[in-house]
Design a protein around this ligand. Structure first.
Ligand code: AKB
Length: 337
């Protein structure tokens, strides 16, 4: 008998590290983490790390020969800024990597006669508003609106959402027997902020970068304008949303893709919140026209009412609690001992 496991790809990344910790606390199924990088945290008895590439088919075959994968959190991705420097490599990791895992999950679902849950984080990058006037007019964007991304990463995320829906509803639709299909569930995240990790390769990174720089008394030049506004969420809520969506009864889910968010801030408001706790912070604005244009195409806020209605989504950390109870105390401990 193969051992039933949870598979987490991209486990060494920002969301991955927080999710692994939270799943370890729940201590349910054993966890296999897969990442091109080694895991930074000390080994946990419930976690086995496989260092490798999600594009490595032999590695995935070896994995399913040894384990019954019950749930996949597919977090591995090249983020929006990094993907613009190497768009074809980003496509390989973000799209071909996802396709390979969906295929593996589809085969596993049919083989064991029970859907594998495939949990996929998408992003505000799946949206693309044409100009600032439209962004100001359509603030709380709903899932089906403005799906015109302008980054490779956003295109990859939007397409992979569609692939997930295909594999969960239409896979092998012309075959004589309908296969047992995987159970695809996806969240569109706003910019995420962690107290423990500094993001890299993203375009929403200016927020967390301001905060981590000020806490270390380092000067920081924001690459976006003062008035630039997008939604954000603290990392514990990102993890909470992944776990709640995973646990939601299938029959309650009217959609495959859900917006989730907590608060929306302009860059200058973000700076003011940072300065409230770190008044010595030296934060200036030195917009980079090209990265700015990417953030300008992202919505100022997300409408997450479908998630609230279908699976009871609500963040634990609003703006005040995010800074006052999660980010600042933990960041202070981290840098100031
Ligand atoms: C990025 O900036 O690329 C990510 C995202 C918004 O998905 N943080």
């Amino acid at each position: 008998m193969r051992k039933k496991v949870i598979l987490i790809t991209g486990a060494s990344g920002e969301i991955g590290q927080a999710l692994v910790q939270s799943l370890c606390e729940q201590n349910e199924l054993p966890i296999i983490t897969l990442d091109i990088a080694p895991v930074s945290e000390a080994a946990h008895p419930n976690v086995l790390h496989m260092q490798g590439d999600i594009l490595d088919k032999a590695l995935l075959s070896r994995l399913v020969s040894e384990y019954e994968v019950d749930t996949i959190f597919h977090l591995a991705a090249l983020l929006s800024t990094r993907a613009e420097f190497t768009p074809e490599a980003a496509h390989r990791v973000n799209v071909e990597g996802t396709l390979g895992l969906l295929q593996m999950a589809a085969e596993q679902s049919d083989w064991r006669g029970n859907p594998v849950k495939f949990i996929f984080p998408s992003s505000i990058a799946a949206y693309g508003l044409p100009d600032l006037e439209t962004k100001t007019q359509y603030t709380r964007v709903r899932e089906w609106e403005w799906n015109n991304p302008r980054t490779m990463y956003g295109c990859n995320k939007l397409y992979c959402e569609q692939l997930g829906i295909y594999y969960s509803q239409y896979y092998r639709q012309l075959a004589a027997d309908r296969p047992v299909m995987l159970d695809f569930r996806c969240l569109r995240f706003p910019g995420l902020i962690s107290a423990y990790t500094v993001p890299s390769g993203g375009t929403s990174d200016y927020g967390p970068e301001m905060l981590h720089a000020a806490a270390q008394n380092k000067p920081y030049g924001s690459f976006v304008r003062e008035d630039c506004r997008i939604p954000f969420m603290a990392m514990p809520d990102a993890v909470k949303s992944l776990l709640h969506l995973t646990a939601a009864p299938r029959e309650n889910l009217r959609h495959s893709v859900y917006n989730v968010t907590s608060f929306s801030l302009s860059a200058i408001e973000f700076r003011d919140w940072v300065l409230k706790y770190f008044p010595e912070g030296q934060i200036t604005f030195q917009p980079d026209e090209k990265r700015q244009a990417i953030v300008d195409s992202w919505p100022a806020d997300l409408d997450d009412s479908a998630a609230q209605r279908d699976w009871g989504w609500s963040p634990d950390y609003n703006l005040e609690r995010s800074f006052g109870e999660y980010l600042v105390p933990n960041i202070r401990r981290r840098y100031q001992g």
